[in-house]
Design a protein around this ligand. Structure first.
Ligand SMILES: NC(=O)C1=CN([C@@H]2O[C@H](COP(=O)(O)OP(=O)(O)OC[C@H]3O[C@@H](n4cnc5c(N)ncnc54)[C@H](O)[C@@H]3O)[C@@H](O)[C@H]2O)C=CC1
Ligand SMILES: O=C(O)CCC(=O)C(=O)O
Length: 443
Protein backbone atom coordinates (compact mmCIF):
# COMPACT_ATOMS: atom_id res chain seq x y z
CA UNK A 1 0.00 0.00 0.00
CA UNK A 2 1.33 3.44 -0.87
CA UNK A 3 1.72 6.17 1.79
CA UNK A 4 -1.36 7.94 0.35
CA UNK A 5 -3.46 4.74 0.54
CA UNK A 6 -2.32 4.09 4.12
CA UNK A 7 -3.38 7.58 5.16
CA UNK A 8 -6.77 7.14 3.51
CA UNK A 9 -7.26 3.80 5.27
CA UNK A 10 -6.68 5.50 8.63
CA UNK A 11 -9.18 8.23 7.75
CA UNK A 12 -11.78 5.54 6.97
CA UNK A 13 -11.11 3.79 10.29
CA UNK A 14 -11.35 7.04 12.24
CA UNK A 15 -14.42 8.50 10.51
CA UNK A 16 -16.50 5.47 9.54
CA UNK A 17 -19.88 7.21 9.67
CA UNK A 18 -19.01 10.29 7.64
CA UNK A 19 -19.36 9.35 3.93
CA UNK A 20 -19.24 12.92 2.61
CA UNK A 21 -15.99 13.60 4.44
CA UNK A 22 -14.47 10.35 3.16
CA UNK A 23 -15.55 11.23 -0.39
CA UNK A 24 -13.87 14.65 -0.21
CA UNK A 25 -10.66 13.25 1.31
CA UNK A 26 -10.43 10.41 -1.22
CA UNK A 27 -10.76 12.77 -4.15
CA UNK A 28 -7.91 14.95 -2.93
CA UNK A 29 -5.61 12.12 -1.85
CA UNK A 30 -6.14 10.27 -5.15
CA UNK A 31 -4.64 13.29 -6.93
CA UNK A 32 -1.60 13.54 -4.69
CA UNK A 33 0.42 10.36 -5.51
CA UNK A 34 2.66 12.16 -8.04
CA UNK A 35 3.27 15.02 -5.58
CA UNK A 36 4.40 12.58 -2.91
CA UNK A 37 6.77 11.00 -5.44
CA UNK A 38 8.41 14.39 -5.95
CA UNK A 39 8.34 15.30 -2.24
CA UNK A 40 9.30 12.29 -0.09
CA UNK A 41 9.96 14.71 2.79
CA UNK A 42 6.18 15.14 3.21
CA UNK A 43 5.83 11.55 4.41
CA UNK A 44 8.57 11.96 7.02
CA UNK A 45 6.80 15.07 8.30
CA UNK A 46 3.48 13.20 8.58
CA UNK A 47 2.01 15.91 6.41
CA UNK A 48 -0.95 13.99 5.01
CA UNK A 49 -1.88 12.52 8.41
CA UNK A 50 -1.97 16.07 9.76
CA UNK A 51 -3.86 17.65 6.88
CA UNK A 52 -6.77 15.18 7.11
CA UNK A 53 -7.28 15.81 10.83
CA UNK A 54 -9.03 19.07 11.84
CA UNK A 55 -6.96 21.31 14.10
CA UNK A 56 -10.01 21.80 16.31
CA UNK A 57 -13.70 20.76 16.38
CA UNK A 58 -16.11 22.72 18.53
CA UNK A 59 -19.59 21.28 19.08
CA UNK A 60 -22.13 23.08 21.20
CA UNK A 61 -25.76 23.31 22.33
CA UNK A 62 -27.94 26.03 20.80
CA UNK A 63 -31.10 26.52 22.89
CA UNK A 64 -33.74 29.03 21.74
CA UNK A 65 -37.42 29.81 22.27
CA UNK A 66 -39.88 29.57 19.36
CA UNK A 67 -42.85 31.86 18.73
CA UNK A 68 -45.12 29.55 20.73
CA UNK A 69 -42.87 29.88 23.78
CA UNK A 70 -41.48 26.34 23.47
CA UNK A 71 -37.81 25.65 24.09
CA UNK A 72 -35.99 24.21 21.07
CA UNK A 73 -32.48 22.79 21.10
CA UNK A 74 -30.21 22.51 18.06
CA UNK A 75 -26.61 21.44 17.69
CA UNK A 76 -24.02 23.98 16.55
CA UNK A 77 -20.47 23.37 15.40
CA UNK A 78 -17.37 25.04 14.02
CA UNK A 79 -14.61 22.90 12.57
CA UNK A 80 -11.32 24.76 12.34
CA UNK A 81 -9.49 22.58 9.87
CA UNK A 82 -6.23 24.23 8.89
CA UNK A 83 -4.58 27.56 9.70
CA UNK A 84 -1.26 27.07 7.89
CA UNK A 85 -1.72 29.95 5.45
CA UNK A 86 -4.01 32.31 7.36
CA UNK A 87 -6.84 32.68 9.87
CA UNK A 88 -9.60 30.09 9.57
CA UNK A 89 -12.15 31.10 6.94
CA UNK A 90 -15.32 29.46 5.65
CA UNK A 91 -19.08 29.62 5.75
CA UNK A 92 -21.77 28.59 8.18
CA UNK A 93 -24.59 26.30 7.02
CA UNK A 94 -28.02 26.07 8.62
CA UNK A 95 -29.81 23.00 7.26
CA UNK A 96 -31.46 19.96 8.88
CA UNK A 97 -28.92 17.61 7.22
CA UNK A 98 -25.95 19.24 9.00
CA UNK A 99 -23.78 16.89 11.07
CA UNK A 100 -20.01 16.56 11.55
CA UNK A 101 -19.51 14.61 8.29
CA UNK A 102 -20.96 17.46 6.22
CA UNK A 103 -19.10 20.22 8.04
CA UNK A 104 -15.84 18.27 7.91
CA UNK A 105 -16.12 17.67 4.16
CA UNK A 106 -16.83 21.36 3.63
CA UNK A 107 -14.01 22.44 5.95
CA UNK A 108 -11.57 20.10 4.23
CA UNK A 109 -12.49 21.39 0.75
CA UNK A 110 -12.17 24.94 2.05
CA UNK A 111 -8.45 24.45 2.85
CA UNK A 112 -7.54 23.91 -0.80
CA UNK A 113 -10.10 26.33 -2.23
CA UNK A 114 -8.85 29.13 -0.01
CA UNK A 115 -5.27 28.32 -0.97
CA UNK A 116 -6.18 28.57 -4.67
CA UNK A 117 -7.48 32.13 -4.21
CA UNK A 118 -3.86 33.19 -3.58
CA UNK A 119 -5.02 35.08 -0.48
CA UNK A 120 -3.93 34.38 3.12
CA UNK A 121 -6.89 32.40 4.47
CA UNK A 122 -7.01 29.04 6.24
CA UNK A 123 -9.88 26.53 6.07
CA UNK A 124 -12.91 26.09 8.34
CA UNK A 125 -16.64 25.52 8.21
CA UNK A 126 -19.49 25.66 10.69
CA UNK A 127 -23.17 25.15 10.95
CA UNK A 128 -26.21 23.79 12.67
CA UNK A 129 -29.06 21.36 12.02
CA UNK A 130 -31.42 24.33 12.48
CA UNK A 131 -33.82 24.76 9.53
CA UNK A 132 -34.57 28.43 8.80
CA UNK A 133 -37.29 27.38 6.33
CA UNK A 134 -40.73 28.33 7.67
CA UNK A 135 -39.32 30.16 10.72
CA UNK A 136 -40.30 33.76 11.52
CA UNK A 137 -37.67 36.52 11.48
CA UNK A 138 -37.91 36.68 15.27
CA UNK A 139 -37.20 32.93 15.58
CA UNK A 140 -34.24 33.18 13.21
CA UNK A 141 -32.91 36.12 15.25
CA UNK A 142 -33.19 34.28 18.56
CA UNK A 143 -31.52 31.23 17.08
CA UNK A 144 -28.65 33.29 15.59
CA UNK A 145 -28.11 35.10 18.89
CA UNK A 146 -27.96 31.83 20.80
CA UNK A 147 -25.58 30.33 18.21
CA UNK A 148 -23.26 33.33 18.62
CA UNK A 149 -23.49 33.17 22.45
CA UNK A 150 -21.13 30.21 22.18
CA UNK A 151 -19.36 30.79 18.87
CA UNK A 152 -18.03 34.25 19.77
CA UNK A 153 -15.31 32.83 22.05
CA UNK A 154 -13.79 30.82 19.21
CA UNK A 155 -13.68 33.42 16.41
CA UNK A 156 -12.18 36.86 15.75
CA UNK A 157 -10.99 39.04 12.87
CA UNK A 158 -7.49 37.49 13.03
CA UNK A 159 -8.55 34.08 14.34
CA UNK A 160 -11.52 32.71 12.43
CA UNK A 161 -13.87 34.63 10.13
CA UNK A 162 -17.14 32.82 9.28
CA UNK A 163 -19.53 33.77 6.45
CA UNK A 164 -22.72 32.45 4.83
CA UNK A 165 -23.52 29.16 3.10
CA UNK A 166 -26.79 27.25 2.61
CA UNK A 167 -29.47 28.80 4.83
CA UNK A 168 -27.23 31.65 5.97
CA UNK A 169 -27.56 34.90 4.07
CA UNK A 170 -27.54 38.62 4.84
CA UNK A 171 -30.31 38.34 7.47
CA UNK A 172 -28.53 35.65 9.50
CA UNK A 173 -25.11 37.33 9.19
CA UNK A 174 -26.66 40.57 10.47
CA UNK A 175 -28.16 38.91 13.55
CA UNK A 176 -24.92 37.05 14.31
CA UNK A 177 -22.82 40.19 13.85
CA UNK A 178 -25.08 42.20 16.18
CA UNK A 179 -24.72 39.58 18.89
CA UNK A 180 -20.93 39.25 18.45
CA UNK A 181 -20.56 43.01 18.84
CA UNK A 182 -22.77 43.05 21.91
CA UNK A 183 -20.77 40.26 23.57
CA UNK A 184 -17.28 41.49 22.70
CA UNK A 185 -17.69 45.26 22.22
CA UNK A 186 -15.52 44.85 19.12
CA UNK A 187 -16.44 46.43 15.82
CA UNK A 188 -14.26 44.27 13.60
CA UNK A 189 -14.37 42.20 10.44
CA UNK A 190 -15.23 38.98 12.25
CA UNK A 191 -17.85 37.87 9.72
CA UNK A 192 -18.03 38.44 5.97
CA UNK A 193 -21.11 38.85 3.82
CA UNK A 194 -22.12 41.72 6.08
CA UNK A 195 -24.61 44.38 4.97
CA UNK A 196 -23.11 47.36 3.14
CA UNK A 197 -24.12 49.75 5.94
CA UNK A 198 -21.98 47.98 8.54
CA UNK A 199 -18.79 46.85 6.82
CA UNK A 200 -19.87 44.57 4.00
CA UNK A 201 -18.15 44.58 0.63
CA UNK A 202 -19.77 45.37 -2.68
CA UNK A 203 -19.88 42.27 -4.93
CA UNK A 204 -19.79 39.75 -2.03
CA UNK A 205 -23.46 38.90 -2.70
CA UNK A 206 -22.76 38.26 -6.38
CA UNK A 207 -19.23 36.89 -5.97
CA UNK A 208 -19.65 33.11 -5.94
CA UNK A 209 -22.01 33.04 -8.92
CA UNK A 210 -20.10 35.66 -10.91
CA UNK A 211 -16.79 34.00 -10.08
CA UNK A 212 -18.09 30.62 -11.24
CA UNK A 213 -19.06 32.03 -14.61
CA UNK A 214 -15.75 33.92 -14.95
CA UNK A 215 -13.93 30.64 -14.36
CA UNK A 216 -16.08 28.60 -16.77
CA UNK A 217 -15.84 31.35 -19.38
CA UNK A 218 -12.06 31.18 -19.20
CA UNK A 219 -12.11 27.37 -19.40
CA UNK A 220 -14.39 27.23 -22.45
CA UNK A 221 -12.67 30.16 -24.21
CA UNK A 222 -9.46 28.10 -24.17
CA UNK A 223 -11.34 25.58 -26.36
CA UNK A 224 -12.81 28.22 -28.68
CA UNK A 225 -16.28 28.23 -27.09
CA UNK A 226 -18.24 30.96 -25.34
CA UNK A 227 -21.40 31.71 -23.38
CA UNK A 228 -22.72 33.80 -26.27
CA UNK A 229 -25.86 31.97 -27.46
CA UNK A 230 -25.28 29.03 -25.09
CA UNK A 231 -28.18 27.28 -23.35
CA UNK A 232 -27.48 26.86 -19.65
CA UNK A 233 -29.13 24.82 -16.89
CA UNK A 234 -28.50 25.92 -13.30
CA UNK A 235 -29.63 23.91 -10.29
CA UNK A 236 -30.64 25.73 -7.11
CA UNK A 237 -32.20 29.17 -6.86
CA UNK A 238 -30.26 30.52 -3.91
CA UNK A 239 -27.37 32.94 -3.68
CA UNK A 240 -24.92 31.09 -5.94
CA UNK A 241 -27.49 30.05 -8.57
CA UNK A 242 -29.10 33.48 -8.93
CA UNK A 243 -25.86 35.39 -9.50
CA UNK A 244 -24.42 32.70 -11.76
CA UNK A 245 -27.55 33.14 -13.87
CA UNK A 246 -27.16 36.92 -13.84
CA UNK A 247 -23.61 36.69 -15.18
CA UNK A 248 -24.59 34.08 -17.81
CA UNK A 249 -27.16 36.56 -19.16
CA UNK A 250 -24.57 39.36 -19.13
CA UNK A 251 -22.29 37.18 -21.26
CA UNK A 252 -25.04 36.44 -23.79
CA UNK A 253 -26.18 32.99 -22.63
CA UNK A 254 -29.71 31.83 -21.83
CA UNK A 255 -30.69 30.07 -18.59
CA UNK A 256 -33.61 27.73 -19.28
CA UNK A 257 -34.01 25.91 -15.96
CA UNK A 258 -33.51 26.40 -12.22
CA UNK A 259 -34.77 24.47 -9.17
CA UNK A 260 -35.15 24.22 -5.43
CA UNK A 261 -35.37 21.15 -3.22
CA UNK A 262 -39.01 20.56 -4.26
CA UNK A 263 -38.75 20.72 -8.05
CA UNK A 264 -37.60 22.62 -11.13
CA UNK A 265 -38.88 25.17 -13.62
CA UNK A 266 -38.24 25.03 -17.35
CA UNK A 267 -38.69 28.22 -19.34
CA UNK A 268 -37.64 27.80 -22.95
CA UNK A 269 -37.68 31.60 -23.44
CA UNK A 270 -35.13 32.04 -20.66
CA UNK A 271 -35.82 32.12 -16.92
CA UNK A 272 -36.84 35.61 -15.78
CA UNK A 273 -34.35 36.41 -13.02
CA UNK A 274 -36.31 39.31 -11.56
CA UNK A 275 -39.11 36.88 -10.80
CA UNK A 276 -36.74 34.33 -9.24
CA UNK A 277 -35.13 37.06 -7.11
CA UNK A 278 -38.54 38.26 -5.92
CA UNK A 279 -39.66 34.73 -5.01
CA UNK A 280 -36.41 33.70 -3.32
CA UNK A 281 -34.86 36.88 -1.94
CA UNK A 282 -37.98 38.84 -0.96
CA UNK A 283 -40.86 36.39 -0.43
CA UNK A 284 -38.68 33.42 0.66
CA UNK A 285 -41.10 31.28 -1.38
CA UNK A 286 -40.86 28.15 -3.55
CA UNK A 287 -39.70 28.00 -7.17
CA UNK A 288 -43.07 26.53 -8.19
CA UNK A 289 -44.53 30.04 -7.72
CA UNK A 290 -42.64 31.09 -10.87
CA UNK A 291 -45.28 29.66 -13.22
CA UNK A 292 -47.99 31.85 -11.66
CA UNK A 293 -46.49 34.88 -13.42
CA UNK A 294 -44.96 32.93 -16.35
CA UNK A 295 -47.69 30.51 -17.45
CA UNK A 296 -45.79 29.41 -20.56
CA UNK A 297 -43.05 27.94 -18.32
CA UNK A 298 -43.35 24.46 -16.80
CA UNK A 299 -42.91 23.37 -13.18
CA UNK A 300 -41.97 19.75 -12.49
CA UNK A 301 -41.92 18.25 -9.00
CA UNK A 302 -38.83 16.35 -7.85
CA UNK A 303 -35.36 16.01 -9.34
CA UNK A 304 -34.83 15.68 -13.09
CA UNK A 305 -33.40 19.06 -13.99
CA UNK A 306 -30.37 17.37 -15.63
CA UNK A 307 -32.62 15.76 -18.26
CA UNK A 308 -32.97 19.16 -19.88
CA UNK A 309 -30.81 19.66 -22.94
CA UNK A 310 -28.10 22.29 -22.47
CA UNK A 311 -24.63 23.36 -23.59
CA UNK A 312 -23.40 24.23 -20.10
CA UNK A 313 -24.56 22.81 -16.75
CA UNK A 314 -23.93 24.66 -13.49
CA UNK A 315 -24.89 22.64 -10.40
CA UNK A 316 -25.32 25.30 -7.69
CA UNK A 317 -27.54 23.63 -5.05
CA UNK A 318 -25.94 21.03 -2.81
CA UNK A 319 -23.55 18.05 -2.49
CA UNK A 320 -24.08 14.92 -4.60
CA UNK A 321 -27.05 16.38 -6.46
CA UNK A 322 -25.76 15.19 -9.87
CA UNK A 323 -25.06 11.46 -10.23
CA UNK A 324 -23.70 9.12 -12.89
CA UNK A 325 -27.04 8.81 -14.74
CA UNK A 326 -27.49 12.58 -14.76
CA UNK A 327 -23.96 12.94 -16.16
CA UNK A 328 -24.67 10.38 -18.92
CA UNK A 329 -27.85 12.23 -19.81
CA UNK A 330 -25.99 15.55 -20.03
CA UNK A 331 -23.32 13.98 -22.25
CA UNK A 332 -25.95 12.38 -24.51
CA UNK A 333 -27.64 15.78 -24.83
CA UNK A 334 -24.44 17.45 -26.03
CA UNK A 335 -23.44 19.37 -22.89
CA UNK A 336 -19.81 20.50 -23.35
CA UNK A 337 -19.00 22.10 -19.99
CA UNK A 338 -19.93 21.64 -16.33
CA UNK A 339 -18.99 24.08 -13.57
CA UNK A 340 -19.56 23.28 -9.91
CA UNK A 341 -21.03 26.32 -8.12
CA UNK A 342 -21.98 24.17 -5.15
CA UNK A 343 -19.47 22.23 -3.05
CA UNK A 344 -19.07 18.66 -4.37
CA UNK A 345 -22.40 18.60 -6.26
CA UNK A 346 -21.22 15.89 -8.68
CA UNK A 347 -20.68 12.36 -7.40
CA UNK A 348 -17.26 10.76 -8.17
CA UNK A 349 -18.97 8.54 -10.78
CA UNK A 350 -20.48 11.60 -12.48
CA UNK A 351 -17.09 13.31 -12.59
CA UNK A 352 -15.59 10.20 -14.18
CA UNK A 353 -18.28 10.25 -16.90
CA UNK A 354 -17.50 13.90 -17.68
CA UNK A 355 -13.75 13.36 -17.83
CA UNK A 356 -14.03 10.22 -19.95
CA UNK A 357 -16.29 12.04 -22.41
CA UNK A 358 -14.05 15.10 -22.62
CA UNK A 359 -16.68 17.39 -21.11
CA UNK A 360 -14.82 20.39 -19.68
CA UNK A 361 -15.25 20.02 -15.93
CA UNK A 362 -14.61 22.82 -13.43
CA UNK A 363 -14.40 21.41 -9.86
CA UNK A 364 -16.01 23.43 -7.07
CA UNK A 365 -12.87 24.13 -5.09
CA UNK A 366 -11.57 26.14 -8.05
CA UNK A 367 -14.76 27.30 -9.74
CA UNK A 368 -16.69 28.53 -6.70
CA UNK A 369 -13.70 30.12 -4.95
CA UNK A 370 -14.86 33.62 -5.92
CA UNK A 371 -17.14 33.80 -2.88
CA UNK A 372 -14.46 33.22 -0.30
CA UNK A 373 -11.96 35.29 -2.31
CA UNK A 374 -14.30 38.28 -2.14
CA UNK A 375 -14.79 37.56 1.56
CA UNK A 376 -11.02 37.96 1.91
CA UNK A 377 -11.31 41.26 0.03
CA UNK A 378 -14.00 42.27 2.56
CA UNK A 379 -11.55 41.44 5.36
CA UNK A 380 -8.91 43.64 3.71
CA UNK A 381 -11.33 46.56 3.39
CA UNK A 382 -12.40 46.14 7.03
CA UNK A 383 -8.76 46.18 8.18
CA UNK A 384 -8.10 49.32 6.19
CA UNK A 385 -11.40 50.89 7.33
CA UNK A 386 -12.35 51.71 3.75
CA UNK A 387 -14.54 50.45 0.91
CA UNK A 388 -13.74 49.82 -2.71
CA UNK A 389 -16.24 50.49 -5.52
CA UNK A 390 -18.25 47.74 -7.21
CA UNK A 391 -16.03 47.99 -10.30
CA UNK A 392 -12.83 47.71 -8.24
CA UNK A 393 -13.97 44.60 -6.37
CA UNK A 394 -15.43 42.99 -9.49
CA UNK A 395 -12.17 43.55 -11.39
CA UNK A 396 -10.18 41.96 -8.54
CA UNK A 397 -12.61 39.01 -8.45
CA UNK A 398 -12.31 38.44 -12.17
CA UNK A 399 -8.55 38.63 -12.01
CA UNK A 400 -8.49 36.09 -9.15
CA UNK A 401 -10.71 33.66 -11.10
CA UNK A 402 -8.60 33.97 -14.26
CA UNK A 403 -5.47 33.33 -12.19
CA UNK A 404 -7.05 30.28 -10.53
CA UNK A 405 -7.90 28.90 -13.97
CA UNK A 406 -4.31 29.48 -15.18
CA UNK A 407 -2.80 27.92 -12.07
CA UNK A 408 -5.09 24.90 -12.15
CA UNK A 409 -4.69 24.22 -15.88
CA UNK A 410 -0.90 24.70 -15.79
CA UNK A 411 -0.57 22.41 -12.78
CA UNK A 412 -2.69 19.72 -14.46
CA UNK A 413 -0.44 19.91 -17.51
CA UNK A 414 2.76 19.89 -15.47
CA UNK A 415 1.67 16.69 -13.72
CA UNK A 416 0.69 14.97 -16.98
CA UNK A 417 -3.08 15.39 -16.71
CA UNK A 418 -3.82 18.12 -19.23
CA UNK A 419 -7.42 19.41 -19.01
CA UNK A 420 -8.08 17.44 -15.81
CA UNK A 421 -8.89 20.41 -13.58
CA UNK A 422 -9.77 18.14 -10.66
CA UNK A 423 -6.17 16.95 -10.42
CA UNK A 424 -4.90 20.47 -11.20
CA UNK A 425 -6.99 22.10 -8.45
CA UNK A 426 -6.14 19.48 -5.84
CA UNK A 427 -2.39 19.64 -6.47
CA UNK A 428 -2.16 23.41 -6.86
CA UNK A 429 -4.28 24.02 -3.73
CA UNK A 430 -2.31 21.46 -1.74
CA UNK A 431 1.21 22.64 -2.64
CA UNK A 432 0.93 26.06 -1.00
CA UNK A 433 -0.56 24.63 2.21
CA UNK A 434 2.05 21.85 2.27
CA UNK A 435 4.86 24.35 1.88
CA UNK A 436 3.53 26.48 4.75
CA UNK A 437 3.05 23.43 6.98
CA UNK A 438 6.59 22.22 6.30
CA UNK A 439 7.98 25.64 7.20
CA UNK A 440 6.05 25.83 10.47
CA UNK A 441 7.17 22.54 12.01
CA UNK A 442 5.10 19.74 13.54
CA UNK A 443 2.13 21.65 14.97
N1 LIG B 1 -22.79 31.31 -0.64
C1 LIG B 1 -21.54 31.22 -1.03
O1 LIG B 1 -20.81 32.21 -1.09
C2 LIG B 1 -20.96 29.91 -1.41
C3 LIG B 1 -21.72 28.77 -1.50
N2 LIG B 1 -21.18 27.62 -1.97
C4 LIG B 1 -21.99 26.40 -2.11
O2 LIG B 1 -23.04 26.65 -3.04
C5 LIG B 1 -24.18 25.84 -2.73
C6 LIG B 1 -25.40 26.72 -2.61
O3 LIG B 1 -25.20 27.65 -1.55
P1 LIG B 1 -26.01 29.01 -1.45
O4 LIG B 1 -26.52 29.41 -2.78
O5 LIG B 1 -25.19 29.93 -0.68
O6 LIG B 1 -27.22 28.56 -0.51
P2 LIG B 1 -28.71 29.08 -0.50
O7 LIG B 1 -29.26 28.63 0.79
O8 LIG B 1 -28.79 30.51 -0.88
O9 LIG B 1 -29.36 28.24 -1.69
C7 LIG B 1 -29.34 26.85 -1.74
C8 LIG B 1 -30.23 26.42 -2.88
O10 LIG B 1 -30.10 25.03 -3.10
C9 LIG B 1 -31.39 24.44 -3.10
N3 LIG B 1 -31.28 23.09 -2.56
C10 LIG B 1 -30.86 22.71 -1.34
N4 LIG B 1 -30.91 21.39 -1.22
C11 LIG B 1 -31.36 20.92 -2.41
C12 LIG B 1 -31.62 19.64 -2.92
N5 LIG B 1 -31.43 18.56 -2.17
N6 LIG B 1 -32.06 19.54 -4.21
C13 LIG B 1 -32.25 20.63 -4.97
N7 LIG B 1 -32.02 21.88 -4.53
C14 LIG B 1 -31.59 22.01 -3.27
C15 LIG B 1 -32.23 25.34 -2.21
O11 LIG B 1 -33.60 25.18 -2.50
C16 LIG B 1 -31.69 26.71 -2.63
O12 LIG B 1 -32.29 27.13 -3.83
C17 LIG B 1 -23.78 25.05 -1.49
O13 LIG B 1 -23.21 23.82 -1.88
C18 LIG B 1 -22.70 25.93 -0.85
O14 LIG B 1 -21.86 25.19 -0.02
C19 LIG B 1 -19.89 27.55 -2.39
C20 LIG B 1 -19.08 28.64 -2.33
C21 LIG B 1 -19.52 29.88 -1.74
O1 LIG C 1 -16.99 33.48 2.17
C1 LIG C 1 -16.60 32.60 2.91
O2 LIG C 1 -15.87 32.77 3.88
C2 LIG C 1 -17.01 31.16 2.72
C3 LIG C 1 -17.73 30.83 1.47
C4 LIG C 1 -18.06 29.38 1.51
O3 LIG C 1 -18.77 28.93 2.39
C5 LIG C 1 -17.47 28.46 0.56
O4 LIG C 1 -16.53 28.83 -0.14
O5 LIG C 1 -17.93 27.30 0.49
Amino acid sequence: MSYVEQVYQKVVERNPHEPEFLQAVKEVLDSLEPVLDRHPEYQKAGLLERIVEPERQIIFRVPWVDDQGRVQVNRGMRIQFNSAIGPYKGGIRFHPTVYTGIIKFLGFEQIFKNSLTGLPIGGAKGGSDFDPKGKSDAEVMRFCQSFMNELYRHIGADVDVPAGDIGVGAREIGYMYGQYKKLTRLYEGVLTGKGLSYGGSLVRTEATGYGLVYFVDEMIKAKGKSFEGATVVISGSGNVAIYAAEKVYQLGGKVVAMCDSNGYIYDKDGVNLDTVKRIKEVERGRIRDYVKSHPSAEYVDGTGIWNIKCDVALPCATQNELDENDAKKLVANGCFAVGEGANMPCTPEAVRVFLENKVLFAPGKAANAGGVATSALEMSQNSMRMSWTFEEVDAKLKNIMVNIYKNVSQTAKEYGHEDNFVVGANIAGFLKVADAMMAQGIV
